[in-house]
Design a protein around this ligand. Structure first.
Ligand code: SF4
Length: 126
């Protein structure tokens, strides 16, 4: 089936075509692309984005890692990675800095993700 004939010459009428909308790649597809490229899905996201290589295959998963934490925010717990987390004085007390976290689903850990180079087995984990 061929495209229909235009009714008039848009350029001659001074009409500029609207560019096609860019396709938004879903979060899980972007994360899968990173894994295929040898990077952990937390690469390039979080408070201090960095390149995070995967550990050798078979090392473990985020679900069995000692760094998987569940900090609370507004009475809900979110699975986050606590690597590099520190408390820094802010004048009125302390502020927590979690470099691999943000208030975003993009930094929520999935238990099945392959381990990164900072993996440490949780007590009792294989
Ligand atoms: S495997 Fe890496 S990203 Fe996952 S929880 Fe452990 S340290 Fe964090």
């Amino acid at each position: 089936m061929s495209a229909p004939e235009p009714l008039f010459d848009a350029a001659e009428a001074g009409i500029v075509p609207v560019p096609a909308a860019r396709r938004t790649v879903p979060l899980y597809e972007r994360q899968a692309d990173k894994i295929r490229a040898g990077l952990h899905p937390l690469s390039g996201v979080g408070e201090r984005p960095e390149r995070i290589p995967l550990a050798p295959a078979g090392t473990g998963t985020c679900g069995t890692c000692a760094h998987k934490a569940r900090p609370h925010h507004h009475r809900r717990a979110y699975p986050k990675c606590d690597v590099g987390a520190v408390r820094v004085p802010d004048g009125a007390g302390y502020r927590e800095v979690w470099p691999r976290c943000a208030h975003s689903e993009a930094t929520d850990l999935r238990s099945g993700w392959p381990a990164c180079r900072d993996y440490e087995p949780r007590d009792g984990a294989a």
